[in-house]
Design a protein around this ligand. Structure first.
Ligand code: CTP
Length: 420
């Protein structure tokens, strides 16, 4: 990499390598996601990838010419230039053949040459039949690549080409995009969470009124997902307890799906028992009907409306702060979404919440006037119970805030805590 280049889209320069598998068509969606989020993407398909999706498609979606072989534009020495200029190299799909070539340093086309000249982070998203993924040769190649610092995602399970199902599906393009963005945001941070287990909660819980209705909230779960992806990239084992998050599960994260605040409490406390840190990014409903109706509540002709008896749900963060299920050194982090108003200053409300909840860190999001919820961008202040100065985090993507949160967590993790 030659410094921090800015591409024509204003964002970092990304090389998208596409190997020859049927999942190549899904890389079109990934490409669109990368360009839409401002990355300047150069697509390098292999000859067999072009059998599946032609060069005009890659050129149109990337807005750049597509160079697929080492014999085009030889005077520019493309295999060296493309590799050197890249700030991130993503290979999707990475076939068994491509993984084998990369592991052994073979370089018989532009993509494999680029892999050898690139000095930037490399992300590979494999796709192949289950037997090929599980074959000892592929296992060994993946292990070699990971040892060298290549980020090889685990493939998804599900329907494969044809009628068969199993592990080997290309991870969802959004999951690859999240992992790619995270690699760019992570910078020099390395694997400072290696050997640690962290628990993240995400999304909004639902409290049933009857079999078809519920009380809920607008949380999208994006911040929690970004926290999970960021921690995974920094080497942690991650349990993501998520409630109604309409996004693909991040590859490599253990996901526990929950419905209500009570479910979320049980799942978080269970996972927290051996966790080094717990981050409560979820928006649990604060109230639940005193009793849910077993049948649909019917509208009556006399225009009367049912009255709702509500009771408070368990306060999970407060319980974590008070009991520290993972031991005294466990770091507990809360989020506070505040709108202020009624003469209350947002910062005062958050400082009060930090004390009441008994957590170590509280991330304050100002959500007044439609800010933050469901939006890719965020702006926050990280408050600490140990009296450290509040750390303002400038407006940016949720992944950037996620890394600042983990920076603060890492700073507070006891060094002598046994690895989980
Ligand atoms: N939280 C929780 N359990 C609840 C409600 C909230 O663990 N039943 C956690 C959230 O995940 C978040 C923090 O508490 O990390 C603050 O959430 P927020 O909704 O801002 O706080 P509330 O407890 O609802 O306080 P208030 O009603 O005063 O805003």
């Amino acid at each position: 990499m030659t410094g921090s280049h800015v591409g024509s889209h204003g964002g970092p320069r990304v090389v998208l390598g596409v190997a020859g598998g049927i999942a190549a068509y899904k890389a079109c969606e990934l490409l669109r996601g990368l360009t839409e989020s401002g990355h300047a993407v150069t697509v390098v398909p292999t000859a067999s990838a072009l059998e599946f999706v032609g060069a005009p498609t890659w050129a149109a979606l990337s807005g750049r010419p597509v160079v697929a072989d080492v014999w085009s534009a030889v005077h520019e020495v493309p295999h060296v230039r493309i590799g050197r200029e890249a700030e991130l190299l993503v290979v999707a799909p990475a076939t068994a053949d491509l993984l084998a070539k990369a592991a052994h340093g073979l370089a018989d086309d532009l993509l494999t040459n680029t892999l050898l000249t690139a000095r930037c982070p490399v992300l590979m998203a494999p796709a192949m039949h289950t037997e090929m993924w599980e074959h000892p040769a592929t296992r060994a190649n993946v292990a070699t690549l990971r040892e060298r610092g290549v980020h090889v995602l685990d493939p998804d399970s599900g329907r494969l080409t044809g009628a068969d199902t199993g592990r080997g599906r290309l991870p969802h393009p959004d999951a690859i995009l999240e992992a790619a963005r995270d690699l760019l945001l992570r910078g020099e941070r390395g694997t400072d969470l290696a050997g640690r287990h962290v628990v993240v909660s995400a999304g909004g819980t639902r409290e049933a009124l009857d079999p078809v209705r519920f009380l809920g909230n607008r949380s999208s779960g994006r911040q929690g997902q970004a926290l999970a992806v960021a921690a995974l990239g920094r080497g942690a084992r991650v349990t993501l307890v998520r409630a109604h998050v309409d996004r693909p599960t991040p590859a490599g994260v253990e996901v526990v799906e929950v419905d209500s605040t009570s479910d979320l409490r049980d799942a978080v406390l269970a996972a927290a028992a051996d966790a080094d840190a717990v981050v409560m990014a979820a928006a649990p409903a604060d109230f639940t009907p005193a009793s849910a109706s077993a049948t649909k509540i019917k509208k009556t002709d006399d225009a009367s409306v049912p009255s709702l008896d509500l009771v408070q749900t368990p306060d999970v963060l407060r319980e974590l702060g008070a009991t520290r299920p993972g031991g005294r050194g466990q770091v507990v982090v809360g989020f506070a979404a505040e709108t202020g108003g009624d003469g209350h200053d947002v910062l005062d409300l958050a400082l009060d919440k930090l004390r009441r909840k008994g957590c170590d860190l509280l991330v304050l999001n100002d959500v007044g006037e439609g800010r933050v919820f469901g939006r890719p961008d965020t702006e926050a202040v990280v408050l600490a119970a140990d009296g450290a100065e509040p750390a303002p985090v400038p407006a940016g993507v949720k992944g950037a805030l996620a890394h600042v949160v983990w920076d603060e967590v890492v700073r507070r993790l006891p060094v002598d805590r046994p690895a989980s």
